[in-house]
Design a protein around this ligand. Structure first.
Ligand code: PEP
Ligand code: MN
Length: 447
């Protein structure tokens, strides 16, 4: 295939309906910003994307488990060392619990270093009689509720790129520079152990790992894998001008990769078969995901496979199901069964967050940890009954002790939500709730 035909494919989405794109005041400004983005260095490399694809192929085969998570919406302000370190620390602790307690290799993917754009159910927000454009993520406009902040500003796309670079650089340093060394399992927990039931439970696991490491070292076993982890970045591929500008032809293979992140997914609201998002992601060679909500039919899923992975490349396509605790046991079985019968190699991941959001009497958008865990339990039950592999989890969490979801070891209730409600979009699990969830998933996996 010639490079020019590859580029033609990469721009075919422009002629199709693209939902959830911001209305920019000046299209010329967007073109100037896209040209600037196109000159920037890649954030990730094709070889790394291929490596993740191979690991996701292991997941599809039932030999590994995905832990994908981070903020609903990252913010520019949150692209700092402390916030990133806290998220990574929590992700590493969850991964340790899963690896140790479930005895399965864990593929670690952050919803980090690029999760700056949000689809919205309404284009406007009304507060106290004032109507303004909805917040669409820091890549588009600001969260503050005033007209100048809510103006869609294409220059924010460049800032999103730079914040992604800063965040990914921190992640690479933390995961390769000694901090993620397994001998640090206690250190990650030091600030947490005294304050939290989940932290104390984790401390026990860490103690067992420590003894195992000491034993192995005494036997002369001290492999490289103990000293760092592979970490991958991901976000929803929503803003197509941004994703297109960061797509490059890999000089080794001659194939296009979206170098804004290792893994990209299409959201529940933009997965139309004849829409621009499916068309664009069809042509990039990264591993990709599609969110599937409770309205998805098996035929929809099969048609998505046909469009996005017609050659059945293992690891290429992940389905992230987000059905809701009340529906997962009813709607997931026929979907999984028919896809499984088609023979397509799909990795199945459960997003137990987006089908379980409700509004508390105080007006805060929240989620119950019990609903989240119940959807996860349902996901495992369905896959176990069908003999398919429950391949992973996709969650919204933060490393800070926020009060955005209810339940968990500290017994957070709806009246507590106002205390530290800091999310820019959907409610996230805090560190203790995330660890509680990891222990529960490890138990489900072992069963
Ligand atoms: C999200 O992941 O934040 C999101 C909007 O999810 P979904 O596309 O599943 O609604
Ligand atoms: Mn969300």
């Amino acid at each position: 295939m010639s490079i020019s035909s590859v580029s033609g494919d990469l721009d075919a989405w422009r002629g199709l309906p693209a939902l959830q794109q911001p209305e920019w005041d000046d299209p010329d400004e967007v073109r100037v910003v896209a040209a600037e983005l196109a000159k920037q260095p890649p954030l990730v490399f094709a070889g790394e994307c291929d490596q993740l694809k191979a690991q996701l192929a292991d997941v599809a085969r039932g030999e590994a488990f995905v832990l994908q998570g981070g903020d609903c919406a990252e913010t520019f302000e949150g692209s700092n060392a402390d916030a990133v370190k806290n998220k990574l620390k929590t992700l590493l602790q969850m991964a340790v619990v899963l690896t140790y307690a479930a005895s399965v290799p864990v593929v670690k993917i952050g919803r980090m270093a690029g999760q700056f754009a949000k689809p919205r159910s309404k284009p406007v927000e009304v507060r106290g009689g004032v109507e303004l454009p909805a917040y669409r993520g820091d890549a588009v406009n600001g969260l503050d509720f005033d007209a100048s902040s809510r103006r869609n500003d294409p220059h924010r796309l460049l800032k999103a790129y730079h914040c992604s670079a800063v965040t990914l650089n921190l992640c690479r340093a933390f995961t390769k520079g000694g901090y993620a060394d397994l001998r640090q399992v206690h250190a990650w927990n030091q600030d947490f152990v005294a304050q939290s039931p989940a932290g104390r439970r984790y401390e026990q696991v860490a103690g067992e790992i420590d003894r195992a490491l000491t034993f192995m070292k005494a036997c002369g076993v001290n492999p490289e894998e103990f000293h760092g982890v592979e970490f991958y970045s991901s976000h929803e591929a929503l803003l197509l001008d941004y994703e297109r500008a960061l797509t490059r032809i890999d000089h080794l293979s001659g194939l296009p990769y979206d170098v804004s992140a290792h893994f990209l997914w299409i959201g529940e609201r933009t997965r139309q078969l004849d829409g621009a998002h499916v068309e664009f992601l069809r042509h990039i060679r990264n591993p990709i995901g599609v969110k599937l909500g409770p309205g998805t039919s098996a035929d929809d899923a099969l048609a998505l496979i046909d469009r996005l992975n017609p050659e059945g490349e293992p690891g290429r396509l992940t389905f992230i199901t987000r059905m809701g605790a009340g529906k997962v046991r009813d709607v997931l079985p026929s979907l999984v069964e028919k896809v499984h019968r088609s023979g397509a190699p799909v990795a199945w991941i459960c997003d137990p967050m987006h089908g379980n959001t409700f509004e508390a009497p105080s007006g805060h958008k929240t989620r119950r940890l019990d609903d989240v865990l119940d959807e996860l339990a349902g996901f495992f039950e369905v896959h176990r009954a069908l003999g398919t592999h429950p391949g992973g989890i996709h969650i919204e969490f933060t490393g800070d002790d926020v009060t955005e979801c209810v339940g968990g070891g500290h017994g957070l209730v709806e009246d507590d939500l106002h205390q530290r409600y800091e999310t820019a979009c959907d409610p996230r699990l805090n560190r203790g709730q995330s660890l509680d969830l990891a222990f529960m998933v490890a138990e489900l996996y072992r069963k």
